[in-house]
Design a protein around this ligand. Sequence first.
Ligand code: GLU
Length: 288
Amino acid sequence: MSYRGRFAPSPTGLLHAGSLVAAVGSWLCARHAGGPWLVRMEDIDPPRELAGSANAILAALPAFGLVADGPVIYQSSRIAAYDAAFEQLCRDDRVFPCWCSRSDLAAGGGLHRDGHCIAPADPRRAPAWRIRVPDEDIHFIDALQGPQSQRLRDAVGDFVVRRVEGFYSYQLACVVDDAWQGITDVVRGSDLLDSTPRQIWLQHCLGLSTPRYLHLPLVLDSEGRKLSKSEYSLEVDPTHPLPALRHALSFLGLAPDEKARDAPSLLDATLAHFDPQNLPQCSDHRVT
Ligand code: GLU
């Protein structure tokens, strides 16, 4: 299987330290494998979007030496493909409408596990749509984090693929587009490690193949605790790219070349010694 990688930011803020690590890590893996590196803008959640941030992220990437091999795909232009996937799930009776409120779900620990809605149908309100999950473990081998297993029924329950407002979920849009773009290798932050079993289940339901996954180092503090997302989210300055890029490389366990004068030459110097097998599973090198 030849290699096709991607970076898939959400325009919910400017490029931040954590997403720079995902961008650089996915770029290095793709270049090392001799495959293209694609960029997909995951702009399907308008309420969470920050105006102007999609353009700002895309403008920042080249400043860090990261140039996509092909046009950027915008998920906002792909709704017809998500409609088709959703219709397939409906036809195959994989999904059900759900009118549950948070308090309806509280009794089940906030999870929906029954394969059907426990609240009464309300024709005056649009429902969310959930996909039924199996009562069995989903296994995969992460290229860096090793064997993973999750029982969807206990971990997330029947999860939402289409929200009340009509927006498709990240999980659905992501698997439809990874397949459509022919992505063979998903390299992304470990904050998404626990989304992967849901994505593998969706791939199974939609008859799509499962790419290889590599989740970049978990961020740990000096006591070995996972760092919160907010500590991971300070924005980086594309007008002075070298400090943030050096930091991202150190986070990935890569010794940045101190002599490199600009971002592209720093990336090229790093690539010359890069081997994904040497990436650390965890990093206590904070990305902020
Ligand atoms: N858009 C997601 C995020 O920025 C990442 C999606 C992915 O890499 O699968 O967190």
